[in-house]
Ligand binder design. Structure first.
Ligand code: CMC
Length: 426
């Protein structure tokens, strides 16, 4: 079996080593290509580029496989808990009972925010999008927890990771409560991660908050499904920001900003808005025609990597039915979603382009039934993805070959020319 490829440019041959992963496609190592041949490789959108080596998450887009540290996502969603998955992503293994107790305690005891942090929220308008609040608030953590910012110290990296996983629910719940004009709710150490988050979001001083185990489980599962997804746009943003040695909280704020875009995490809000716009089943054919006429995209459909089905979408659909049944919700949008899925999956336009529902297609309906306004959907994605971002960031620092990320370009602008004074221009 060959372990190198040969590239011919003009009359010269260049050997490119072929690196093998534990599974998935091999990669051509082009690191020395520029030095040897004076050529760059060109891959806008990174459709054929492995930007790093990683041991965290594996995706086979054609087979619809998603593995975290080797474990299939459906098994984790079914049998594990979000905190266990956090331990797995961060540390490489599912925790023993003893390790879990210690990890859970560490996270639980970092959930509170510095008291002064609360006044930070007051600077935002009440109608600000909660993702704008999240970007600002998470970036501001660097100003409050300056004792864990030394990225070259593994212990400080670990403390920052624990702080982020622990404080994201508190920040997200505050962003929500603030937008609703309700008082902030302090975390409770006796509650589980997801139960605590739901309480911080929905508890009001006027009455006792009653937990609902089905909703807690659904929340936990939604967090698991969003926990990590290989080198997607926001994760690559976190890695690139981190490659300069920037503070971890600033890197995560950069990831949140990237996630907000409608092609990425912002799609869950847009998918629900699309279902609202379609309104009822009889409007689906006209809407689908608009997609084919390229007036707009079908939000919650398609994926850069999954060209068969999104394994997260299957679990999400099941969770959606469970939540709606438990709450006795008869959401007309679910009917629209199911019919739209059916129409799209049998239409040649979507078949040819391998467009299948992604995780965002059913998450919006579920979260809406749980009481979250659509502006919060991407916030919940960011909360869950934080563990993926920080695990990838940590892995980058543990890699001895780490370098600052510095892509190059194909320059097509003006060549060198002399400055012309204003009276001679035109
Ligand atoms: N609706 C209609 N057509 C689509 C869609 C869609 N949602 N997605 C892709 N296409 C078409 C696209 O127009 C193109 O057609 P043609 O070859 O005729 O020009 C073809 O499919 C290939 O699309 P692409 O733009 O090259 O695909 P991409 O890999 O660059 O984009 C994507 C992936 C997720 C950005 C895109 O599918 C999309 O915008 N989907 C809607 C937004 C969405 O749901 N995003 C959430 C992704 S899952 C959550 C996450 O991980 O963030």
């Amino acid at each position: 079996m060959t372990d190198k490829a040969t590239l011919t440019i003009g009359d010269k041959n260049y050997d490119l080593p072929i690196l093998k992963g534990s599974t998935g496609p091999d990669v051509l190592d082009v690191r020395k290509l520029y030095a040897d041949s004076d050529h760059f490789t060109f891959d806008p959108g990174f459709t054929s580029t492995a930007s790093c080596e990683s041991k965290i998450t594996y995706i086979d887009g054609d087979a619809g496989i998603l593995l975290h540290r080797g474990y299939p996502i459906d098994q984790l969603a079914e049998k594990s808990s979000f905190l266990e998955v956090c331990h797995l992503l961060l540390n490489g293994e599912l925790p023993t009972a003893e390790e879990f107790t210690k990890f859970e305690r560490n996270i639980t005891y970092h959930t509170m925010l510095h008291a002064q942090f609360d006044s930070f929220f007051q600077g935002f308008r009440r109608d600000a999008h909660p993702m704008a609040v999240m970007t600002g608030a998470v970036g501001a953590l660097s100003a409050f927890y300056a004792d864990s910012l030394n990225v070259d110290d593994p212990k400080q990296r670990e403390i920052s990771a624990h702080r982020l996983i622990a404080k994201m629910p508190t920040i997200a719940a505050r962003a929500f409560q603030y937008s609703q004009g309700r008082p902030f709710v302090t975390p409770r150490n006796e509650l589980s991660y997801s139960e605590n988050f739901l309480r911080m979001c929905f508890s009001v001083p006027a009455e006792d908050w009653v937990p609902n185990p089905v909703l807690t489980r659904a929340m936990d599962r939604i967090f698991i499904l969003h926990a990590d997804h290989e080198q997607n746009a926001s994760t690559s943003t976190v890695r690139l920001a981190g490659s300069s040695g920037a503070h971890p909280f600033a890197c995560i704020a950069a990831g949140i900003a990237c996630l907000w875009g409608p092609s990425h995490g912002g799609a869950n809000q847009e998918a629900l808005e699309m279902l609202e716009e379609i309104g009822s089943v009889e409007n689906i054919p006209a809407y689908v025609q608009g997609v084919k006429d390229r007036k707009y995209k079908l939000m919650g459909f398609g994926h850069r990597v999954y060209k068969n089905f999104d394994p997260r979408a299957k679990v999400m659909q099941k969770t959606c039915y469970e939540v709606l049944e438990q709450l006795g919700v008869n959401d007309p949008l679910l009917k629209v979603a199911m019919e739209l899925e059916k129409v799209a999956l049998s239409d040649q336009y979507f078949i040819d382009r391998k467009l299948y529902p992604n995780i965002d297609f059913y998450s919006g309906i579920t979260l809406r039934a749980m009481g979250f306004p659509k502006e919060m959907f991407t916030v919940l994605f960011a909360l869950a993805r934080t563990v993926g971002w920080i695990s990838q960031w940590k892995e980058m620092f543990e890699d001895p070959s780490r370098k600052i990320g510095r892509p190059r370009q194909l320059y097509t602008g003006a060549t060198q020319r002399d400055y012309v004074t204003v009276e001679k221009r035109g």
